[in-house]
Ligand binder design. Sequence first.
Ligand code: 5GP
Length: 203
Amino acid sequence: MLVLSSPSGAGKTTISRAMLERDDNLTMSISATTRPMRPGEEDGKDYYFVDEDKFNQMIKDGELLEHANVFENFYGTPRKPVEEALARGMDILFDIDWQGTQKIADDEIAGKDLVSVFILPPNTAELENRLRTRAQDPEEVVQQRMSKASDEMSHYREYNYVIVNDEIEASVQQVQTILATERMHIERQIGLHEFVQELRGPE
Ligand code: 5GP
C-alpha cells in the first residue's frame, strides 16, 4: 500500500498518473467523497461522489478503511477494493491526506503493508502558481488551500519518505525507486523462505 500525500498543488496527481501508466502491478484506490465534482472529473474514476447520508452509511457499515474531513468535505477509502487488489497480489496507490495515512499506519494489520511518501513543492511561489493554473476552484478555495498547505506540510515527519517535486520526471523516478526497493523488503517477499529452501536443496 503506497500512499502519496502532499499539499494541494505539489504535483501529486501528475506523479500518481505516471506511476500507474508505468507499472502494471499498481492499481489506484478510488476514494469516496462528499465534495462536488469538478469539471472533467468522472464518478467512479476520480472519486465515488456520494452525499453525506450515503457517506455516513458507508462508515456505519464498516465499508471504509479510513475516512477524514478535509477542507470541510468528507473523504474515505473503500475497504473492499483494497482487500481484493491485495489478495490478487497487486500493489495499491493511495492519494490520501495525513489523517488517512495516520489511520492506516496505526492499523495493526494494514500498518505493516504501508509505505508512505510525502511530496513537497520546490518553493511557495511554485505552489501558489500550480494552485492558480489549475483554475478550477473559486478564489476563496484557492486561498483556503494555500493557508492549509502549511498545516498539511507540518506532517512530513510522519512519512517514511519525502520527495521535493522540482522536476516531475525525476520525482516519478524517485517514487518508482521507493516502490522497487520496498518490494524487495524481506517482509514483503511472499514464498521467499520456500524459494531459499529449494535453492539450498536437501540437508
Ligand atoms: P481533492 O478534493 O483536491 O481531490 O482532495 C483534497 C485532499 O483530500 C487531498 O489532500 C487528498 O489527498 C485527500 N483525500 C482524497 N481522498 C481521500 C481519502 O479517501 N481519505 C483521506 N483521508 N484523504 C483523502
